[in-house]
Design a protein around this ligand. Structure first.
Ligand SMILES: Cc1cc2nc3c(=O)[nH]c(=O)nc-3n(C[C@H](O)[C@H](O)[C@H](O)COP(=O)(O)O)c2cc1C
Length: 208
């Protein structure tokens, strides 16, 4: 049985391209692999609090020493991390905002990227990720396009950032499907969406 964690991050609803592509992929996935379970979280519509001074004090001290206030500060973080630990596959749909990711998704990352829970620093001072054996699929939606090997690629802080920060947590097997040029009208946008759908259809078998 494969346990899938599906997270949408666009604040848009039905008009969100990343959300629509991910929901089609997950529906096809469920039809193809009937024994899969899907855990869903919509952080496009659930405000994730930024880390606070209390959160930091709690995250960098032993749980045995925690006051009720410190325990409460980590409650959501623990819940979000437990989902990542329990699931084997992650599907994230992510809009590009200002060449990066939406602020609320950054807040989510700050909640789950936690020493002792999702990564450790070993005796040599190197990072070791604790989310091992996972596979991740990131479906992005972008107004423009950032083709590898062109000057525009330097503006893409989204894919490299997600690869780096999830890599720190041990998730190194990451596939990206980037739906680009969505700010363009007509055929260009339709072709781009069609290409993304074709790549995702292929991944139903390749990603299993
Ligand atoms: C606040 C904001 C910032 C954006 N910044 C960028 C950007 O830096 N580069 C880009 O290609 N598109 C940018 N866009 C366009 C979105 O990436 C595009 O509309 C995408 O489809 C949004 O994802 P969604 O359809 O899943 O909501 C931006 C859109 C918004 C609302």
């Amino acid at each position: 049985m494969v346990k899938v964690l599906h997270i949408d991050t666009s604040p848009r609803g039905e008009r969100s391209h990343s959300r629509n592509l991910a929901s089609e992929f997950v529906a096809n996935w469920k039809n193809s692999y009937l024994d899969s379970t899907i855990t869903y979280r919509d952080i496009g519509h659930q405000i994730i609090p930024p880390v606070s001074e209390t959160w930091i004090a709690a995250a960098f001290s032993s749980p045995d020493t925690h006051t009720p206030e410190l325990t409460t500060a980590l409650q959501l973080s623990n819940e979000l991390i437990d989902e990542l630990v329990e699931c084997d596959r992650y599907i994230f749909s992510v809009p590009m905002y200002n060449f990066g990711i939406p602020a609320n998704f950054k807040a989510y990352i700050d909640q789950v990227c936690r020493v002792g829970r999702t990564f450790v620093v070993n005796q040599q001072g190197a990072y070791e990720g604790l989310l091992t054996g996972k596979k991740m699929l990131v479906i992005t939606a972008r107004g423009g396009s950032f083709p590898a090997g062109t000057p525009a690629a330097n503006y893409d802080f989204q894919e490299p950032y997600i690869r780096t920060v999830f890599g720190l947590m041990g998730v190194t097997d990451i596939a990206f499907v980037n739906a680009e040029n969505l700010a363009m009208k007509g055929e260009v946008r339709e072709q781009s969406l069609q290409q993304a759908k074709e790549k995702l259809a292929q991944l139903i078998t390749d990603w299993h």
